[in-house]
Design a protein around this ligand. Structure first.
Ligand code: 0FX
Length: 247
């Protein structure tokens, strides 16, 4: 591949992978960076070395621009769905913060903690279903009893960077091999996450399940889990502070 487009909505990962990519490009290859219309361009400008422009994958002209100019699109946590008129015409590869097909969809580590599912990272070709196409490489990440969504997410990002490093040359030279996921696996969406955030004070559960729910919804300073104060009707946000003993 000679003309590569990275499309991303995650400035941190973009920066990390830009460094790896640029180092591995040969003289004929060049890479450009784009983000989605709903992302903030200033989060990327100055943060990554390359110029960044906005592409709307629902816009026919933007799709034409991509298919005319590029022969490889890398999706690095791009929050837009890749339409058929793009994936049918250009090779599109996705880096997913979950182990396909076990953790397809949104915020995989949240549902991994909640449902006690293994977790990891995957690089795969994009087909017309979410996090579904032929797999180029994948790896598990170790999950600890005191991981929250936040701490597990950081481990997954590290694994994504490691996987990208390992596979980048084969991807750029189009010499990688793929295999199909074993089954359709699990898929969770943004609406599943939103539904999870409201804690029902009357719900009966085990303490273990409740702790897991709080671990799954505790992510740095995000205000995720909440219950409604019966008196004031206000949302009361809740998260967990959890740490296993060192011995
Ligand atoms: O870029 P990203 O890490 O990834 C998301 C999806 O999880 C992923 O499956 C998809 N392939 C990709 C395109 O988009 O998303 P983020 O930076 O918005 O969120 C990172 C983490 O932060 C998320 O895993 C959970 C946490 N988070 C995020 C938001 C916005 C929360 O806990 N609460 C929130 O409100």
């Amino acid at each position: 591949f000679n003309n590569i487009l990275v499309i991303s909505d995650n400035a941190f990962l973009c920066k990390k992978l830009e460094n790896i990519l640029i180092e591995k490009l040969n003289d004929e290859q060049n890479v450009n960076f784009a983000i989605s219309p709903f992302s903030t361009i200033n989060d990327f400008k100055g943060f990554i070395k390359s110029e960044v422009f906005i592409l709307d994958l629902k816009n026919e002209n933007d799709i034409h621009h991509i298919t005319d100019k590029y022969d490889l699109v890398l999706s690095i946590h791009c929050k837009q769905f890749f339409p058929n008129n793009l994936i049918d015409r250009v090779k599109c590869i996705n880096i997913h913060p979950g182990y396909n097909p076990i953790n397809r969809g949104w915020y995989p580590q949240v549902f991994s903690i909640l449902h006690n599912l293994p977790i990891g990272a995957t690089i795969h070709e994009i087909d017309n279903k979410l996090d579904h196409g032929p797999i180029i490489d994948r790896a598990f990440v170790e999950k600890s009893i005191d991981d929250t969504s936040g701490s597990l997410y950081d481990k997954i990002l590290e694994k994504e960077i490691e996987l990208f490093n390992k596979n980048v040359e084969a991807i750029l030279n189009n010499t990688y091999e793929t295999f199909f996921p074993e089954n359709e696996g699990n898929i969770f969406l943004k609406k599943d996450f939103n539904n999870l955030c409201k804690i029902d004070l009357q719900e009966q559960t085990t303490t273990g399940q409740f702790i897991n729910k709080l671990r799954a919804l505790s992510h740095k300073s995000f205000k995720n889990a909440y219950f409604i104060d019966p008196k004031s009707g206000k949302k009361v946000f809740i998260s967990i502070n959890i740490e296993a003993s060192k011995d």
